[in-house]
Design a protein around this ligand. Structure first.
Ligand SMILES: CC(C)(COP(=O)(O)OP(=O)(O)OC[C@H]1O[C@@H](n2cnc3c(N)ncnc32)[C@H](O)[C@@H]1OP(=O)(O)O)[C@@H](O)C(=O)NCCC(=O)NCCS
Length: 149
């Protein structure tokens, strides 16, 4: 599912299919992670419909601030309502781990995703210019944050 996300939405992620497509299965197994960091699945009738990664830094001074990344719902499961509880589960896990501040970035052209994050309480705090270079075109990213305390 991770590779499908990268392949089908090159504009939506800072990681490239070309980089991760050559990785062995073990690479993706490691991404599932060990709490508090890890990948959360959104399931419909036991079928994996979406994924979200939570990255909590190990460093003592940075552990209060985590990042959500790689948020993806397979096209056939969009508008099904799986996206919200999946991301909310990652937010709850962050809160349980003592995280007080969550961050994510979203391509400024990705109105749908940005709207979704806004509806979860995220607010934009700036624009990261030229965050990615994809097929010769620079993409800006909106930086969004959610305070949990
Ligand atoms: C972003 C993504 C995960 C959202 O999942 P989804 O199943 O499409 O989302 P939902 O249909 O449950 O909608 C969730 C919210 O998004 C917003 N939204 C959905 N479709 C929208 C649209 N066409 N325009 C504007 N906002 C929209 C709404 O706020 C909606 O809340 P609501 O259901 O209360 O109206 C999914 O579209 C996706 O995987 N997109 C491709 C990859 C991607 O862009 N990932 C984000 C990288 S930062």
């Amino acid at each position: 599912m991770r590779l499908r996300a990268l392949r089908d939405h090159p504009d939506a992620f800072s990681s490239a299919y070309e980089d991760e497509g050559v990785e062995p299965l073990d690479f993706f197994a490691r991404r599932i992670g060990t709490a508090p960091s890890g990948t959360f699945g959104g399931f419909i009738d036991g079928i994996l419909a979406g994924i979200t990664s939570l990255n909590v830094p190990d460093k003592l001074k940075m552990r209060h601030r985590a990042e959500l990344a790689g948020i993806y719902v397979a096209p056939e499961h969009r508008r099904s309502g799986v996206a919200r509880p999946m991301v909310e589960a990652a937010i709850a896990a962050a809160r349980d781990a003592g995280v007080v501040s969550l961050r994510l970035t979203v391509n400024t052209r990705n109105v749908r995703a940005e709207q979704f994050y806004r509806s979860l309480g995220f607010r934009s705090y700036g624009v990261d210019r030229r965050m990615a270079l994809i097929d010769g075109i620079y993409h800006d990213a909106t930086m969004m944050g959610l305070e949990l305390d």
